[in-house]
Design a protein around this ligand. Structure first.
Ligand code: GDP
Length: 296
């Protein structure tokens, strides 16, 4: 993950450290190359501009060119500003609410929503010792509810029994009732996806939010879609109050554009990363660790 961006940035920054003494022109030239690398990694233009401005400002302010190891100082500044862009502090899933804590998963079809629901359920159950109930509200795709049921069986997480012919809001209410009666700590709602955003999807998602008043509303977005993932987050946030993002398919994402732009553009924290198809391939999002990975 982030291999291609990491290679590019390491190449540019290594060149700086090998030079010893640096002029301001050397730093500016390197920043032009960093700018190009970030744009090629599909990082949003405004985010890139802001990032480069901040690095330059600090590099001048700290009199980098006069220091003993100017290249190292530039790397440190780039590292710190990457962390800043990524959102600085980790934002874990928040369980601090009255039980059952409702979490709603939203996103497009194929983004990994159902898999992520099961991954999160399993993690909350094993790591946080929460009693978790999952419910699929996807009444459109015939196999969707069945898919979540099978994942529940595989992971030992309870799923709401399937009742044919119910609409998503009715299922939501039944799920909340079952969670309360069954003494569950967390209820995960896997909403229906579509291939693209449309009014009907937004209206349905908003009505589920109204019926369930979720403590977490997580957008599951495919990192490989780059800026589309960021635009998607903005669109969803206009209709429901997103509390965080889960970026999936990070395992195949050499560029990192969505991961790097998401926080700065949307103001929403990335909370989790999907790093594979297996049920335990879910990682907390730590800006400092990601910055380390990107800088190699
Ligand atoms: P949904 O339509 O959004 O519910 O998507 P699914 O959960 O059915 O996932 C679609 C496909 O993506 C499945 O084959 C998953 O195994 C796969 N998938 C989900 N998350 C990840 C991930 O983080 N990495 C990889 N490589 N595949 C994933």
């Amino acid at each position: 993950m982030f291999e291609s961006l990491s290679d590019r940035l390491s190449g540019i920054l290594d060149k700086l450290t090998r030079r010893g003494a640096l002029s301001e022109a050397d730093v500016s030239e390197a920043m032009r190359e960093v700018r190009r690398a970030l744009l090629e990694a599909d990082v949003a233009l405004d985010v890139v501009k802001d990032f480069i401005d901040r690095v330059k400002q600090k590099a001048v302010g700290q009199e980098v060119v006069k220091s003993v190891a100017p290249g190292q100082m530039v790397i440190k500044i780039v590292h710190d500003e990457l962390i800043e862009t990524l959102g600085r502090d980790p934002q874990p899933i928040d369980l601090a609410a009255a039980v059952p804590v409702v979490m709603m998963m939203v996103g497009l079809q194929g983004s990994g929503k159902t898999t992520t629901t099961a991954k999160l359920a399993k993690r909350l159950q094993t790591r946080e010792r929460q009693k978790v109930l999952m419910a699929s509200l996807d009444t459109r795709r015939p196999a969707a509810q069945e898919q979540l049921k099978i994942l529940g069986e595989q992971t030992d997480v309870a799923t709401l029994p399937i009742v044919e012919g119910e609409d998503p809001v009715t299922i939501t209410k039944r799920a909340m009732d079952a969670a309360r009666r069954g003494g569950f700590d967390v209820l995960l709602l896997d909403t229906a996806g579509r291939t693209h955003i449309d009014e009907e999807l937004m209206a349905e998602t908003a009505s589920i939010e109204k019926a369930s008043n979720p403590h977490e509303t997580l957008l599951v977005a495919d990192a490989l879609t780059g800026q589309d993932a960021v635009n998607l987050a903005q669109s969803f946030d206009r209709c429901v109050s997103l509390t965080g993002i889960v970026l999936t398919r990070i395992d195949g994402d050499g560029r990192g554009g969505a991961a790097l732009s998401m926080r700065a553009v949307t103001g929403k924290p990335i909370k989790l990363l999907g790093t594979g198809e297996k049920i335990d391939a879910l990682e907390d999002f730590h800006p400092d660790r990601i910055a380390n990975r990107i800088l190699g």
